[in-house]
Ligand binder design. Structure first.
Ligand code: GRG
Length: 295
């Protein structure tokens, strides 16, 4: 295991330990809802958003372990988005992370509510933490709400929904959709770390550029994996983009060009965090790790 993989594994373990105890059943009558929420929240996944958040804090010289609630709020938002994305009215998927999707296990109504519950609970987690002062956490709440909402993830998802079956949204349309669905949350993650660490403007700009380029690497490699990966590797059906006539970096460009673009964005992400020095080692190693998955 190289240092990047070791860091990912160690952080995934602490994040999952924290997630385990976040949503205990306090009202027996609501137990089915909590079961559905915990089913998706604890179903594995890379935990890349909370890991990035903790790594950014550490790169800025901060103790990250005190911000576990904030880190896990990011994963709650992510879990909600996956539950809703899999619904019959959206992608209508049966498998996620190698397990039946939430609505396949608990029914459509409960899956919608599990997503609603996780999204709302994420903001409760942020609002009730007592580590950061009110001004900083207020700023984090604004950043995450903006990124997850209509100007960000929900907007990107709506654009995706409306463009379904039209593989012809063009490069600009593809960028808009990907940035909305994925990129802005990566940007919010890094921005929140910058806020909590009280980083100077120049450092926040470094984090912003890193997030943009890493988000791009992540999106392009995800498109490549959908075209070339296996269901066993990814825990979800592959080839769905082509099947649904969805525009991707592979369909709009070519496999080779997509790989080249992923390489370029990864290089730019690495270059962006160079000024942060040794404490940013994981942030520097991560883009290459994402690329290895599609080599
Ligand atoms: C329903 C409002 C709403 C939004 C859904 C995030 C999203 C928007 C949809 C998920 C579908 C998808 C493939 C989006 C592209 C981003 C992406 C690769 C998500 C999967 O994230 P990973 O790879 O998943 O981090 P794991 O399973 O590792 O947590």
């Amino acid at each position: 295991m190289n240092p990047c993989e070791a860091y990912l594994a160690a952080k995934k373990t602490v994040i999952e330990a924290h997630l385990q105890q976040l949503l205990p059943v306090t009202e027996p009558a609501f137990a089915p809802l909590y079961k559905a929420m915990n089913y998706s929240l604890l179903a594995g996944g890379k935990r890349i958003r909370p890991i990035l958040f903790l790594a950014a804090l550490e790169a800025l010289g901060k103790e990250s372990s005190v911000y576990m609630d904030v880190a896990c709020a990011l994963e709650c938002v992510h879990s909600y988005s996956l539950i809703h994305d899999d619904l019959p009215a959206m992608d209508n998927d049966d498998l996620r992370r190698g397990k039946p999707t939430n609505h396949r296990v608990f029914g459509e109504g409960m899956a919608i509510l599990a997503g609603d519950g996780l999204l709302t609970f994420a903001f409760e987690l942020l609002a009730r933490q007592r580590v950061a002062d009110a001004e900083k956490i207020g700023a984090c709440i604004r950043v995450l709400a903006h990124a997850a909402g209509p100007a960000g993830m929900v907007g990107g998802q709506a654009y995706d929904l409306l463009s379904e079956g039209h593989g012809d949204i063009g490069t600009e349309g593809l960028k808009l959709m990907h940035r909305g669905k994925t990129g802005v949350i990566f940007e919010a993650v890094m921005s929140m770390a910058g806020i909590l660490a009280a980083a100077p403007a120049a450092v926040r700009q470094v984090l912003q550029v890193y997030a943009e380029q890493l988000g791009l690497t992540f999106q392009i490699t995800d498109d490549i994996l959908d075209a070339c990966g296996t269901e066993a590797e990814l825990g979800k059906p592959v080839g769905s983009d082509v099947k649904n006539n969805k525009a991707t970096y592979v369909t709009l460009f070519s496999l080779d060009k997509a790989k080249q673009l992923a390489q370029e964005s990864a290089q730019q992400a690495v270059a962006a965090v160079a000024p942060l020095g040794a404490s940013a080692r994981f942030l520097r190693d991560l883009p290459e790790y994402l690329l290895v998955r599609v080599k």
